[in-house]
Design a protein around this ligand. Structure first.
Ligand SMILES: [Ca+2]
Length: 553
C-alpha cells in the first residue's frame, strides 16, 4: 500500500445491532460475548471497524436508545469484563470499536433526570429542558418524532419538559456547561478503556432555540404527520452545536486515531446533504464523518443515484470526507426497499456502496442479502410500531436475528429469539453462502478486500462518466491504477464506450471475472455491474500492450 491506510477513512465499517447478532448464554438475546465469538468472521470479511448499537444500562423503552447510565453495560449484553475482552480481541484483529452515543436525551430513569424532575430547587434543576406553561397548553408546536407533542407535563415541577422522542427520553439541556462536562467525562471513560470512536445519535438535534419559538409549517402530501409537516428551524441545527462538536473533537484528538460519525437529519422533505456536510466543519475540527441519508430515500435508478451522489460530493467541497450507507437499524433494508428482494440488484447496490469515494457502512446481514421480515402484530416490540400499527409497523423487521446457518433459529440462539427469525433462513444464511462461489456474501467479501488492497479504491479520485441515462459509470483513479465501475440499472442490455483500453475484470455480477476487456464497446447485460481495473504505471501498460500483440499474432 502506497498511502497510509486510515481505518475509519479507508476501511469498511460494519454496524452490529447487538440484540440480534449472536447469543451465547441462551436467553434469546445477542450479547457482547457473541460479538467476540464472531470476530474471526468479521476479520475474514475484511472489516476495519464495528459500530455497535447501544448496550448501556437502559429500561429499553426505545431498546437502548434511552440510556440510564452511560458508563455501565446492561446485563442483557454482559459485563464490563466481557466488553474489555471484546476490545482486546477486536484490536488483535485490527478491528476498531465504535460505540453508539445517545446524548440528545437520556432515559427518564437516569439519576440526572430523577434529580432534575424532583423539584425546581434540585441540584440538577436545569440539566433538562424545562419550560413554564399552563397544564394543557403546550409551550410551542414542537412534535415528537415518535408521535404526539414533544412536551410532557411534570406534576412535581408544575412545568413541561421536552422530549423529541418518547416521553421516557427527556432531552438534555446542552446550553448548560455542566451537562457538557458530565457527558464528555462519560465519553472519556470509554476512550480510556480503548474505544476508537463514537456514532453520535441525532447529533444535530442537541441544541434547541433559546426562545423556544414554534416551527413554521408547510404542506406535505406524502407525510401526513404534523411532525413531518414542520420545517425544523428551531428544534434542530442550532449554531451552538458546532462549538460543542469542536470541543468534543479536541477531546477525541487526545486519544490518537479516533473518529466521530454523526447521525444528522435534515428536514424530511428536503434531505439536503449540505446539512450533514456542515457538521464536518473545515474537515478536521468537527465530526470526522456524517451520514447523508438522501441515498436511503433513493429510488433504484441510475439517474437518481447520479443526482444524489453528485450533490453529496459537491456539498463536501473537498474539505470533508464522505461516507455512504444504504441500510441501518431504522430504515427498511436496501435489498427490500430498493432491490425488491432481487439478489442481482442487491449485488449492484453492493458494488455501488463499496466502490464509492468515502467510508462505506454495512449493516449486519446486508452481506448475505437478509431481507426485511414481516412481523406479526403480537410480536411487535418497537414503540412507534406499536403506536402506529398497521400504518407503520416499526423497525423490528430490520432488526431480526443474524442468519448464520440452516439450524434452528438460524444458529443465532439455542433459545427462542427476542424477535422472530426471517422465514427464508434455510436458504439465506452465511454458512451456505460461504461455499457458493457466486453468493452475495462472496461478492461482498471480494469487494471489501479489493477496496482494502487498492489505493485507487480507498483513496483515489472520483469522476462520473457520461453514459446512457440508465447506466451509472464512474472512475476511481489512484497513483498507480484506475478503476472503472459500470452499473446497469435497467432491465435492458446497454452499451458503454470506455475510451481507454487495457481493462481487467476484477469483479462482476455476470460470470466474466478474470477476463480482459480490450473492446471499444462494453456490452452490459440487464442489471449487470462490473468493476474494471487498469494499470497506470509504464511497466504495467507496456506489459499489457505486449499481451495484445501476442494475441494478434
Ligand atoms: Ca444472550
Amino acid at each position: 500500500m502506497t498511502k497510509k491506510f486510515i481505518w475509519w477513512k479507508h476501511g469498511t465499517i460494519y454496524q452490529i445491532y447487538p440484540r440480534s447478532f449472536y447469543d451465547t448464554n441462551r436467553d434469546g438475546i445477542g450479547d457482547l460475548n457473541g460479538i467476540t465469538q464472531k470476530l474471526d468472521y468479521l476479520q475474514d470479511l475484511g472489516i476495519s471497524g464495528i459500530w455497535i448499537s447501544p448496550f448501556y444500562k437502559s429500561p429499553k423503552y426505545d431498546f437502548g436508545y434511552d440510556i440510564s447510565d452511560y458508563r455501565s453495560i446492561d446485563p442483557d449484553f454482559g459485563t464490563e469484563a466481557d466488553f474489555k475482552k471484546l476490545i482486546a480481541e477486536a484490536h488483535k484483529r485490527n478491528i476498531h470499536i465504535i460505540l453508539d452515543m445517545v446524548i440528545n436525551h437520556t432515559s427518564c430513569e437516569h439519576p440526572w433526570f430523577i434529580d432534575s424532575s424532583s423539584s425546581r430547587d434540585s441540584k440538577k434543576n436545569d440539566w433538562y429542558i424545562w419550560v413554564d406553561g399552563k397544564k394543557g397548553k403546550y409551550p410551542n408546536n414542537w412534535m415528537s418524532a415518535f408521535g404526539g407533542h414533544a412536551w410532557h407535563w411534570s406534576e412535581e415541577r408544575k412545568q413541561y419538559y421536552l422530549h423529541l422522542f418518547l416521553k421516557e427520553q427527556p432531552d438534555l439541556n446542552w446550553r448548560n456547561q455542566a451537562v457538557e462536562k458530565a457527558v464528555f467525562d462519560d465519553i472519556e471513560f470509554w476512550l480510556k478503556m480503548g474505544v476508537d470512536g463514537f456514532r453520535l445519535d441525532v447529533i444535530n438535534f442537541i441544541v434547541k432555540d433559546k426562545q423556544f419559538r414554534s416551527n413554521p409549517y408547510f404542506l406535505h402530501r406524502t407525510k401526513p404527520r404534523r411532525h413531518d409537516m414542520q420545517h425544523h428551524k428551531y428544534d434542530r441545527n442550532q449554531p451552538e452545536t458546532h462549538k460543542i462538536l469542536k470541543r468534543l473533537r479536541k477531546l477525541m484528538n487526545r486519544y490518537g486515531e479516533t473518529m466521530l460519525v454523526g447521525e444528522v437529519y435534515p428536514d424530511e422533505d428536503v434531505m439536503d446533504p449540505a446539512v450533514p456536510a456542515q457538521y464536518l466543519g473545515k474537515g478536521n475540527d468537527e465530526l470526522h464523518l456524517a451520514f447523508d441519508f438522501s441515498t436511503i430515500f433513493a429510488k433504484f435508478s441510475a439517474r437518481c443515484f447520479r443526482k444524489l451522489l453528485t450533490r453529496w460530493y459537491s456539498s463536501l467541497n473537498d474539505t470533508g470526507w464522505p461516507c455512504h450507507v444504504l441500510s441501518n437499524h431504522d430504515k427498511s433494508r436496501a435489498i427490500s426497499r430498493l432491490a425488491k428482494g432481487s439478489i442481482e440488484k442487491a449485488k449492484l447496490l453492493m458494488m455501488l456502496l463499496l466502490t464509492q469515494k468515502g467510508t462505506p457502512f454495512l449493516y449486519y446481514g446486508e452481506e448475505i442479502g437478509m431481507t426485511d421480515v414481516s412481523i406479526r402484530h403480537r410480536d411487535i416490540v418497537d414503540p412507534p410500531g406499536k403506536q402506529y400499527w398497521p400504518f407503520y409497523k416499526g423497525r423490528d423487521g430490520v432488526r431480526t436475528p443474524m442468519q448464520w446457518d440452516e439450524t434452528k433459529n438460524a444458529g443465532f440462539s439455542k433459545s427462542k429469539p427476542w424477535l422472530p427469525v426471517g422465514p427464508k433462513y434455510k436458504s439465506v444464511n452465511l454458512k451456505q453462502q460461504q461455499v457458493e462461489a457466486d453468493s452475495i456474501f462472496n461478492f461482498t467479501r471480494t469487494l471489501v478486500h479489493l477496496r482494502n488492497q487498492n489505493e485507487a479504491l480507498f483513496n483515489g479520485s472520483f469522476r462520473i462518466e457520461e453514459s446512457h441515462r440508465s447506466l451509472l459509470v464512474y472512475r476511481r483513479t489512484g497513483k498507480h491504477s484506475e478503476f472503472l465501475i459500470l452499473l446497469n440499472f435497467s432491465n435492458k442490455k446497454r452499451q458503454f464506450l470506455p475510451r481507454t483500453t487495457g481493462w481487467h475484470v476484477m469483479q462482476a455480477t455476470h460470470l466474466r471475472k478474470g477476463m480482459n476487456i480490450d473492446l471499444d464497446i462494453i456490452a452490459l447485460q440487464p442489471f449487470e455491474s462490473l468493476l474494471l481495473k487498469r494499470d497506470l504505471t509504464k511497466q504495467g501498460r507496456s506489459l499489457h500492450i505486449n499481451k495484445r500483440k501476442q494475441k494478434k499474432t
